[in-house]
Design a binder for this molecule. Structure first.
Ligand code: LLP
Length: 425
């Protein structure tokens, strides 16, 4: 459920007409609904109320500090995968004791910052990483709290680029090897084993893969405890899917209910790392039609947003519902909705039946709150777009549109390239 709706031929975000924001801030821009964000967080959190748990929002889905802050103020923690995300999480006011840190390639300076901050735990993805963290923690006179990210080898039945829990994926440590890795970890002086972690993939629309993974983790937890290795936390990662088009993912309460039932009396604090399910349908991309054209039997709607702003359709063939911000009730057209980037892969929709669009019309690209802005780039030297948060009847620019000067920030023309007058940039 979200708070974007069409009423009397106008699209609204909560109590604000989307058109008004577009006129004020220009297009394209990402638009988020505060009420939707809060609701999604609360529904998810509430679903796990029967068991001790921490909801750590996955910052990679949307890392704007205002979005993080919104979820933190609801009691959420943050799931991070880089020093940059740690920086953002702390800036947004996250409690370090609710930060979990995953990722196959943690750099030494990132490990130092996380130890300095006092995060809840590192999710370890290789034995070498464990050794490095042990050494660094020792040097800092600390013990590093860890879980091992176990790869349970289950098929999440999602897009291959976003499935992570199969043997062939680079993530985690194979479940068969993990007991051995835990044993080795328990011999390291500056490592404090506190849990088990897994994340099997993203946009998962069926409960079965989650339960299959849990089943395997339960067995591992029993074996670990038999050897006296403590497991206080069970991090089940993120991955719950959302409706972009016709998908029917489980409701968070069904997902949580099934997990709680299957877990039985495990005596752990659950950690969940939802991203998409919290923010995906709490955000849209608002764009303006620049031109329309037809050749042969094809129609093109050329918009001012491109694959650099929202790469999901180009990268994964993802579907985003597109609708006019001010529907006219005219005829329909089948068209490719394409951006201004010089690549044929630059599209937001292909062969889509849409209300007839004209130059100047505003379109809303729905379900764009997750992995939208965070995956944006400056390709074709396009400044990254603004982000706006609506709350009740007001709206707030939570990220300025980049200016051209931002495009060259940090670039330098070395002396040998200066012109005759010594002039550089
Ligand atoms: N935890 C870990 C360790 C993850 O790798 C991910 C996502 C999450 C949590 C959050 O998963 P979610 O609840 O959002 O499904 N760019 C792709 C999605 C990549 C997901 C990567 N990992 C997309 O646009 O669909």
């Amino acid at each position: 459920m979200n708070f974007f709706h069409v009423h009397e031929n106008e699209m609204w975000c909560e109590e604000v007409p989307v058109r008004r924001i577009a006129e004020d801030v220009g297009t394209p821009f990402y638009l988020y609904s505060y009420r939707t964000l809060k609701r999604h967080y609360q529904v998810f959190d509430e679903a796990f109320r029967q068991v001790p748990h921490i909801v750590c929002f996955s910052a990679k889905a949307n890392s704007n500090v205002a979005i993080l802050r919104t979820l933190i103020s609801e009691g959420g923690g943050i799931d991070i995968v880089s020093g940059g995300e740690l920086f953002r999480a702390l800036k947004a006011g996250a409690d370090p004791r609710k930060i979990v840190y995953s990722g196959v390639g943690k750099r030494e300076e990132e490990i130092v910052s996380a130890l300095d901050a006092g995060i809840l735990m590192f999710n370890i993805e290789s034995f070498q990483e464990l050794e490095v963290i042990d050494r660094i923690a020792g040097g800092m006179g600390k013990k590093a709290p860890i879980a091992i990210r176990v790869n349970p080898d289950v098929d999440p039945m999602t897009h291959p680029h976003i499935s992570t829990g199969l043997k062939e994926n680079k993530f985690g440590i194979n479940i068969e090897k993990s007991l051995d890795t835990y044993r080795k970890a328990s011999s390291l002086k500056h490592i404090d084993i506190i849990g088990v972690d897994c994340h099997i993939g993203s946009q998962i629309t069926d409960i079965t893969p989650f339960l299959d993974a849990l089943e395997r983790l339960k067995k591992l937890i029993t074996l670990l405890r038999q050897e006296g290795i403590p497991v206080h936390y069970l991090d089940l990662g993120g991955g719950l899917g959302i409706t972009y088009n016709l998908e029917t993912p489980p409701h968070p309460s069904d997902y949580a209910g099934a997990i709680i039932e299957r877990a039985g009396d495990l005596g752990v604090t659950f950690i969940l790392e939802p991203g998409r399910v919290i923010v995906g349908n709490a955000g849209i991309l608002v764009t303006r039609v620049l031109y329309t054209k037809s050749h042969e039997d094809k129609n093109f709607i050329i918009i001012d947003a491109g694959m650099n702003d929202l790469i999901r359709p180009s990268l994964y063939g993802s579907y985003h519902f597109i609708q006019p911000v001010s529907p006219r009730g005219d005829g329909k057209v089948q068209a490719d909705v394409v951006g201004p980037i010089c690549e044929s892969g630059d599209f937001l929709a292909k062969k889509r039946i849409l209300p007839d669009a004209r130059r100047g019309d505003l379109l809303a690209v729905m379900s764009a709150g997750a992995y939208g802005f965070t995956m944006a780039s400056n390709y074709n030297s396009r400044p990254r777009i603004a982000e706006v948060l609506v709350r009740d009847g007001g709206y707030f620019v939570i990220r300025d549109r980049e200016a051209y000067r931002d495009l060259v920030r940090g670039e330098h023309i070395p002396d040998f390239l200066a012109d005759g007058t010594g002039k550089k940039l």
